[in-house]
Design a protein around this ligand. Structure first.
Ligand code: ZN
Ligand code: ZN
Length: 103
């Protein structure tokens, strides 16, 4: 399904099959172009949202022991006394599995 980017009406396939035509405003577009744009915009949006969430946490290369994904957020915390070494935490970007690594 393709929608007119001008007025939002459902585009109808043109005679040639490679174009679509808006019955409301008469806009013509190549079939496939609109879908492609939609996909691009969607992935852009996803990336943007993801960035906002992830801005506070750096992402590093670390294999998730649960799902095998190779990217994880990481941060370190002083869990016990201040004389103890910091504990490195990882959270999988894919399945949100969190694990720790003792230094
Ligand atoms: Zn239109
Ligand atoms: Zn994972």
């Amino acid at each position: 399904m393709e929608f007119c980017d001008k007025c939002g009406a459902l585009m109808l396939p043109g005679k040639s099959g490679t174009t679509v035509l808006c019955p409301t405003c008469g806009k013509r577009a190549k079939s496939g172009d609109i879908i492609l744009t939609e996909k691009l915009e969607k992935s852009k949006k996803l990336k943007k949202v993801g960035k906002e969430v992830r801005d506070t946490m750096p992402i590093g290369e670390m294999e998730c022991p649960k799902c095998g994904n190779k990217e994880a957020y990481f941060w370190s915390e002083q869990t016990r006394g201040s004389d103890e070494p910091e504990t490195q935490f990882y959270r999988c970007t894919k399945c949100s599995n969190t694990w720790r690594l003792y230094s």
